[in-house]
Design a protein around this ligand. Sequence first.
Ligand SMILES: [Zn+2]
Ligand SMILES: [Zn+2]
Length: 190
Amino acid sequence: MGKNIKKNTHNKHPSASPKKTEKNAAEQSFLKLHFIMQLPDRKSRGEEAEEKWEFAFEEMIHFDGQEFTLSSPLKVHAYYSWLDESTLSVRLGVNTHVTGSCVRCLEKAELALSDELLYLYTLRGKGSEDEEMIVEVGAFGKTLDIVEQVWESLVLLLPLRLLCKEDCLGLCPSCGANLNETSNSSLRGE
Ligand SMILES: [Zn+2]
Ligand SMILES: [Zn+2]
């Protein structure tokens, strides 16, 4: 996943066009949420702490020409520990289901999203050639809000092309019939 690092800079431009703002409505309301981790003592190296969140997020998410809604509660977990006094390692997990339209047949399709990404929150600027996603932090307090990385993780897990099933046959180019329906008479003789 290391190649997919996004810097989320696009939501830091309030002067974006109205259309763009509308498309980012889900992102804007998501980023008003908080995912607060209570940080362990920075000398407690290797000791793992965890936080879990679960809630319904109902706004439609526009992504790469597709529209998704979360059809089950968004479950987020974070397992985190200090690698050293300036680097916090966070395993960030996201579990939910998305529904949208199959890109081939346009019928409703659902997909389970479940994955864990590794983030490193660090005071130092580090190269990003590793597997981990690097997040530079100005200073560490007693808590850390990871909402931007939760949103980023969710977006990274969204399918580039949602399908109702792996072998969806799509629509007939001549008559527009759903080719998954075997009773489609135009399948014969075309
Ligand atoms: Zn389909
Ligand atoms: Zn046809």
